[in-house]
Design a protein around this ligand. Structure first.
Ligand SMILES: CCCCC/C=C/CC(=O)SCCNC(=O)CCNC(=O)[C@H](O)C(C)(C)COP(=O)(O)OP(=O)(O)OC[C@H]1O[C@@H](n2cnc3c(N)ncnc32)[C@H](O)[C@@H]1OP(=O)(O)O
Length: 360
């Protein structure tokens, strides 16, 4: 739901009531979103190099590019709401929201060395993502976008990075498949949007096989470091589904339409090196040195100037954002269509009963 003018005005009032100074970086972001929401894209002359304060404000505003006024208004309201919830309970402070995510057993969130680490932590199910985990990740990314860490990194516990959507997510839905599909489509849209909108560098440390949505999302990451044990598999046709997380747009752009079709239509599983050759992976590391090498590298990256990385990311992404929102919305509408279909139900039955069949 889009923020109304009234929501925006309430947020303007709430900012004045914040008990804690949110820091310069957040204040610049608020300023930029406010200007974008009220005046539209920055068309002021750039202040001189020595006019530090106005130059920083101009840079922050200008970095929003052609972001529509309504989106800026929404982002402003969301940002103020996250700041308000943290300043309302000073004894728990921002940790109130953070702890909610940290308490989740299937998604671990930690912050160290300037890095928010978000771990799929359900190894007995190969880190398959439940509906609650989608919600936990949305919250973790929301917190990480305004806290004082420099980047966010996803990884998995155990032998898998992630086996994708938990195929039992909708099997226990009480309100029927149509209602489950509709709720799922909204959750999926919000989940993917939280990756599109994440303003800091976003990196995946792919420690093992990755399946489904954990692969398609990688097209929205800024860095993908993979163990040579990792594989990348998107068996959508086999599952009677269509590709999500904007991969119908990001994959052909990244690897060309023929190679994207091989993955997204025909479900070809790629090795880490094949995924690197297609531009999906930044670098592949030998399994035995993977963790040490990758985390050493990431800690170095986390020492780079955060504002510059943020502005550069905004510049890289700003022309794409509207397109990504549109593709995401289209896919979610398609998911609504597909889920109640027989092809999907059959794929689900095959998975759920495969072990029983194997014993026959
Ligand atoms: C909000 C809605 C958003 C919707 C977004 C849509 C996204 C699309 C996708 O992500 S599609 C991809 C879905 N994932 C899969 O199809 C993978 C299914 N799993 C497998 O094929 C296999 O389990 C495996 C190849 C990942 C691993 O095989 P292996 O033989 O090594 O291990 P097991 O099969 O015995 O698995 C161990 C236990 O983990 C459970 N499990 C694994 N993956 C999933 C999953 N995706 N969903 C639910 N459960 C999963 C598996 O059932 C075993 O559990 P058990 O020990 O209790 O039997």
């Amino acid at each position: 739901m889009r923020a109304s003018q009234q929501d925006f005005e309430n947020a303007l009032n709430q900012v004045k009531l914040l008990k804690k100074d949110p820091g310069n970086e957040v204040k610049l972001r608020l300023y930029a979103l406010y200007k974008q929401a009220t005046d539209g894209p920055c068309n002021m002359p750039k202040p001189g190099m020595l006019d530090f304060v106005n130059k920083a404000k101009w840079d922050a505003w200008n970095a929003l590019g052609s972001l529509p006024k309504e989106t800026a208004r929404q982002n402003y309201v969301d940002l103020v709401s996250s700041l308000s919830s943290s300043s309302e309970a000073p004894s728990q402070g921002k940790r109130g929201a953070d702890e909610k995510a940290r308490e989740s057993k299937d998604i671990l969130v930690t912050s160290e060395d300037g890095i928010t680490k978000i771990t799929f932590n359900r190894p007995t199910k190969k880190n398959a993502i439940t509906s609650q985990m989608y919600r936990d990740i949305i919250l973790a990314l929301k917190n990480a976008s305004t806290d004082n860490t420099v980047m966010a990194v996803f990884t998995g516990t155990g032998d898998y990075y992630c086996s994708g959507n938990d195929l039992t997510n909708f099997t226990s839905a009480t309100g029927g498949i149509e209602e489950a599909a509709s709720n799922g489509a909204v959750l999926l849209r919000d989940f993917v949007n939280s990756f599109i909108d994440f303003p800091k560098p976003l990196v995946a440390v792919v420690n093992g096989p990755a399946v489904g949505i954990s692969v398609t999302l990688l097209g929205l990451f800024d860095g993908v470091f993979a163990s040579d044990r990792a594989t990348f598999h998107t068996p959508f046709s086999q599952l009677g589904q269509s590709p999500e997380a904007c991969s119908s747009y990001t994959f052909p752009k990244m690897m060309g339409s023929a190679k994207a079709a091989e993955m997204l239509l025909f479900g070809k599983k790629l090795t880490a090196r094949e995924a690197w050759a297609q531009g999906l992976v930044t670098e592949v590391f030998p399994e035995n040195t993977f963790e040490t090498e990758v985390w050493t590298r990431l800690k170095t990256y986390a020492k780079l100037p955060p504002n510059v990385m943020r502005i550069s990311k905004e510049l890289i992404r700003k022309h794409e954002k509207q397109k990504l929102y549109t593709v995401n919305a289209e896919k979610c509408a398609a998911a609504l269509e597909r889920m109640p279909r027989e092809e999907y139900a059959k794929a689900l039955r095959n998975f759920l009963f495969r072990k029983a069949k194997a014993k026959l």
